[in-house]
Design a protein. Structure first.
Lengths: 302, 313
């Protein structure tokens, strides 16, 4: 991270009008990335992972669920790049396909919990009589550790990607709702919102025109952190056997598979672990970079 | 002052009531009919109904919640479906390893993270600061089981410094107990260290800009004293708050760490209960962990009011 903090907070991307023409979209994008290397590195790694997931069938993979007992627990070789697991499945193929599960879970949870949390937060921030009730419920949900909450919800249903997404989303919603409510409450006091109210603007207009756009910056930062957290919780759920069905290649599942043999065949756990760590790191870097660039006040602090 | 303390204690009641309602609903909406399970395959529908009535399962939701809540308040968390043992007994058997792990992790993490954050803030922008913050990002990104297996592979399997897995009770001696918990505590502590170090650094950066810090420095107070006495004392509230909130991370992480290191604690109990769909046990564990979490944060909040008279709720 660059140490020149002052650089962060300066509105450096705004050239004076009339002196030079506004640089093109691409130029500005490049400048932004150069100023915020965390966003560039995190974003690039994430795009790479997404490409790996999307083009999984073209990356010299075989069927990730194909069982062949004749080639069990092979160590990495030219033929099986990452080795094979206890059922003889090709770990390279499973890891590559596993990128799909992690990314789908991460993004789905981030988007779903953002939308639902945003709605609840706006509702609590505007409908004053409901605020107390909503906040007590949120306090209650937040007093159950998120992983435990997700585990408890998964215990109610079968393991499937949809159910994992729902369980993690429910566990993450309170954080978003609380954040949005806080932002709404502070924005409501802003002079421009008071001006809009005194001009006779109706509540929907105030919400969509004046409040909502101002929640996007903190929300997008929060959403990246939720994405990272969702990927980790998915892996944990699958790892302890309460997540995605074992046959589906997900990084948590591959590691769960390698658990019994980790002392003699550590490669089964190693490769999914590396991919999972890099992906979560990418998302966290992106989140830190976004936070620094969107909120200069926090950039100084954290 | 007493009024504030009482008010703060009262605010935890609706929170715990919600948790209880959630935990109760878990069993209520859980798939599978307990009456049918108890009655067995040979039972007629009439028999099942009789058992249902004798268990009180035919009564309305809120009545059953009230009854269940009343039993919980008396310390009865129900009976495990799988082992037929009282859930409180199962929890009591498993609590020592988990408590040991969490307390050790807490001590270890705080001793490392707070000085790390203080020094990072003091030397803001230096390579020490960047290194500490890079470590924090790393700590947030590498999942707990990855760290666990990595440490176990290097320090237990390859170097053979500590036992690979398992747990030795405290009654068997301090050193055997400690040896088994070193790696799990480091594993579990990494995320926690990252979190505390970041908040410590952030808070300290703010405090170090205050006038009284400059005054202290101008008076010629030693650097260490300024940092740890003048500044850290005033930065304590947010740091202690995050230590309390971060306990949620410890609880979640303990479930995984215990699986990796084969520690027979509450985390393993939870995992086993999930695989067997043993709902009363899941209920009991969730309820207990949440209660611990709420109580720890309550105590932390109450300590503020005693330590810092400016804070009121």
């Amino acid at each position: 991270m660059p140490n020149s903090i002052a650089l962060h907070s300066a509105p450096a991307t705004l050239p004076e009008p009339g002196i030079a023409p506004l640089p093109g979209r691409w130029t500005r994008f490049h400048r932004y990335l150069r100023r915020h290397p965390a966003v560039a590195i995190g974003g690039a790694l994430l795009v790479l992972m997404a490409l790996i997931g999307i083009f999984a069938p073209l990356l010299f993979t075989v069927d990730p669920t194909a069982i062949a007992t004749s080639r069990r627990t092979r160590v990495p070789s030219e033929l099986y790049w990452f080795g094979t697991d206890m059922l003889g499945r090709d770990i390279y193929s499973r890891v590559v396909y596993g990128a799909r599960v992690s990314l789908v879970v991460g993004f789905s949870v981030a988007i779903l919990s953002s939308i639902i949390g945003l709605s609840i937060g706006l509702f609590a921030g505007f409908v004053r009589w409901a605020d107390g009730i909503v906040m007590r419920i949120i306090d209650g949900m937040m007093s159950i550790p998120p992983i435990l909450l997700a585990i408890a919800l998964m215990a109610l249903t079968r393991g499937s990607i949809q159910n994992v997404i729902i369980a993690i989303t429910v566990a993450e919603i309170p954080r978003v709702a609380r954040l949005v409510r806080g932002v709404v409450l502070s924005l409501r006091e802003q002079p421009y919102v008071e001006a809009a109210i005194s001009n006779g603007a109706r509540t929907p207009r105030i919400i969509f025109r004046h409040i909502l756009p101002n929640t996007f910056a903190p929300m997008s930062v929060q959403a990246t952190y939720i994405c990272a957290s969702a990927m980790i919780i998915e892996a944990i759920l699958s790892f302890i056997g309460a997540g995605i069905p074992p046959a589906t290649p997900s990084w948590g599942n591959i590691m769960a598979e390698g658990r019994a043999l980790w002392q003699v065949k550590p490669h089964i756990i190693l490769f999914p672990a590396i991919f999972l760590s890099i992906t979560v790191l990418a998302v966290n870097l992106l989140g830190d970079g976004l936070r620094d660039s969107l909120d200069p006040r926090l950039a100084k602090a954290l | 002052m007493l009024a504030f303390i009482v008010r703060r204690i009262i605010t935890t009641i609706p929170v715990m009531a919600f948790v209880a309602l959630f935990v109760f609903s878990l069993l209520y909406i859980a798939p599978g009919d307990p009456a049918a399970v108890i009655a067995g395959d040979q039972a007629s529908p009439a028999d099942v109904e009789k058992i249902r009535a004798s268990l009180g399962l035919d009564r309305p939701y809120l009545v059953r919640f009230a009854e269940w809540g009343f039993r919980v308040l008396q310390g009865d968390l129900g009976t495990s479906i799988f082992t037929s043992l009282p859930v409180t007994q199962l929890i009591a058997q498993r609590i020592e390893p988990t408590l040991s792990l969490m307390v050790l992790t807490l001590i270890f993490a705080v001793t490392i993270a707070v000085p790390m954050g203080v020094i990072a803030a003091w030397k803001a922008g230096s390579w020490i600061d960047r290194g500490a913050m890079a470590f924090a990002v790393f700590g947030f990104s590498v999942p707990v089981f990855v760290v666990g297996y990595l440490l176990a592979y290097v320090f237990a399997l390859q170097l053979d410094w500590v036992p690979v897995q398992g747990y030795t009770p405290l009654s068997a001696g301090l050193w055997p107990w400690f040896r088994n918990l070193i790696l799990p505590a480091i594993t579990l502590g990494l995320v926690y260290i990252a979190l505390i170090a970041r908040i410590t650094r952030a808070t300290m950066l703010e405090v170090l800009q205050q006038d009284y810090v400059r005054t202290a420095q101008a008076k010629g107070v030693g650097q260490r004293e300024v940092l740890f006495i003048h500044a850290l004392k005033n930065a304590a509230v947010p740091i202690v708050t995050i230590i309390g909130i971060g306990i949620a991370l410890l609880i979640g992480g303990a479930v995984v760490t215990e699986s990796v290191f084969a520690i027979p604690g509450l985390g393993r109990l939870t995992v086993d209960a999930i695989l067997r769909r043993d709902y009363p046990v899941i209920q009991g564990v969730v309820l207990m962990f949440s209660l611990v979490y709420v109580l720890v944060n309550l105590i932390i909040d109450l300590t503020y009011t005693l330590v810092d008279p400016r804070i009121r709720y």
